[in-house]
Design a protein around this ligand. Structure first.
Ligand code: NHW
Ligand code: EN5
Length: 388
């Protein structure tokens, strides 16, 4: 059934519950001298191309490839539209490897036709902190689909990860592959219900009018929690302490240090937003919330071409109730003109989704580890990892 995935060190559908298999690496690392030295062969018309994201022209090509060929919803109404600034952020975290930004281009025209990327991360599974690659932005041009190019891209990124002596990876996908460690649901909170209905993202509920719907989703003009403000560079140490203590509760979570927090959580306009609560009395940082910006192109709509979406990222509620903290996140997202606020049912998110009027979406997100087994998987609420 899975001609490619059957050959890979991933949980195979039959073994998920096998008690005789230990958790951890499925196969041991090989000596680096045994890692294949040259790139996998591509069909003759194409060549490998390591992408330099400092180069604005290359970044524009990558942006265009993804804007036209990346992930769509099941009815092909929307397509993710990662911005160039977002892609630079997502692909250049601390200690990134340029060799892991892998393009395929047509030899003749030099047109970029496929891409896959990895970035390094330390991810903890139970008490085991593992160096991994986070794989993302796998994309093959629509005209080159179903020609088995994806397995070549995956093998090539695997080879380049192995060359750095890294043997595990984490990735997410909307499709089922062997074998998810957990399956999450997307939830959506309307901020601009009229537009969402006009573009077909949501529907007018039964016995609802437009004006009742607009009233239902109305939010205050400004955050309610005293001391709620944007995160700044001077907050990195405090946010890192808060986040490390919080993520320790989850079975699978990133192991962030201050450099990671500075990269992944310091606000960047229209890329990532982070807020915290600074106690007005003690000036302690007590709570934190964040979201990233990922618009979607609206396909085939006469009135609108894009949806501005915020995606819940890492949130830590210690002193402020989580529901109140996330309500403030909705309020600032509304102030900043987002149309919708999305969240997965990971971490403690179940505790605010319904109360804050999120509704379940039609999309799922499956989480995977490469060459790492976790027997029987985990629940979404045991997962402390959000990939972009
Ligand atoms: S998930 C988003 C993936 N991208 C898209 O959905 C964009 C739109 N679609 C496309 O561009 C986030 C194409 O349809 C793609 C497949 C390129 C998806 N993950 O070339 P063929 C990520 O980026 C398998 C993994 O003929 P295609 C995560 C499929 O099951 N495998 O198909 C990426 C089949 O194998 P099988 C996927 O439609 C994680 C084979 O590809 C997949 O022209 C990557 C068919 O290939 C997916 N999303 O191209 C894995 N979609 O065994 C990283 C399909 O079933 C693993 N397939 O026959 C770790 C590597 C690092 C290890 C380091 C130690
Ligand atoms: C990982 N980095 O399906 C990349 N999105 O629900 C791979 N649905 O937006 C991830 N179909 O439910 C790929 N509106 C997986 C995600 C692919 C994109 C995707 C889903 C997630 C989505 C929307 C629009 C559906 C349009 C028709 C949806 C309902 C919203 C409604 C708002 C009001 C309250 C009830 C829910």
């Amino acid at each position: 059934r899975h001609k490619f995935w059957e050959t890979q060190p991933v949980g195979q559908f039959g073994d998920v519950a096998d008690v005789s298999l230990p958790d951890g690496a499925i196969e041991p690392p090989s000596p680096l001298s045994e890692v294949r030295a040259d790139p996998y062969p591509l069909p003759a018309a194409f060549e490998w191309f390591t992408c330099d994201l400092d180069d604005d022209a290359l970044l524009a090509d990558l942006y265009a490839l993804l804007a036209h060929n990346y992930v769509e919803d099941d009815e092909n109404m929307f397509r993710f539209n990662y911005s160039p600034a977002f892609l630079r952020w997502a692909l250049r975290p601390p200690s990134f490897f340029r060799a892991w930004h892998i393009g395929v281009r047509a030899k003749e025209s030099k047109k970029l036709v496929a891409f896959i990327s990895g970035v390094p991360a330390r991810i903890r599974a139970r008490d085991d902190v593992v160096r991994m690659a986070e794989i993302n932005f796998l994309c093959v041009h629509k005209k080159l689909r179903s020609k088995r190019l994806a397995p070549v891209l995956i093998r090539e990124v695997t080879r380049r990860v192995h060359l750095e002596n890294i043997w595990q990876a984490a990735y997410t996908a909307g499709v089922v592959l062997p074998t998810p460690i957990t399956t999450c649901r997307y939830w959506h909170r309307s901020l601009n219900p009229k537009k969402l209905i006009d573009v077909g993202f949501s529907r007018l509920g039964p016995r609802m009018t437009m004006s009742r719907t607009v009233r239902l989703y109305k939010l205050p003009d400004a955050p309610l929690t005293p001391g709620f403000r944007q995160m700044e560079l001077r907050d990195v140490a405090a946010v890192t302490r808060l986040l490390r203590a919080y993520l320790a509760r989850y079975v699978v979570a990133p192991d962030f240090d201050e450099l990671d927090v500075e990269h992944w959580l310091l606000p960047q306009e229209d890329v990532v937003d982070s807020y915290l609560v600074e106690s007005p009395e003690t000036h302690e940082v007590t709570d934190f919330c964040s979201f990233y910006t990922l618009p979607s192109s609206v396909l085939n709509n006469a009135n609108y071409s894009t949806l501005k979406a915020a995606y819940s990222y890492y949130n830590v509620a210690v002193k402020t109730p989580l529901q109140q903290l996330m309500n403030d996140a909705l309020i600032v997202a509304k102030q900043k003109n987002y149309d919708v606020f999305n969240a997965l049912d990971v971490m403690e998110n179940e505790g605010f989704l319904k109360e804050l009027k999120f509704g379940p979406g039609d999309g799922q997100l499956h989480y995977y580890l490469y060459n790492y087994r976790i027997r029987n998987g985990i629940k979404p609420s045991e997962l402390g990892l959000v990939l972009l």
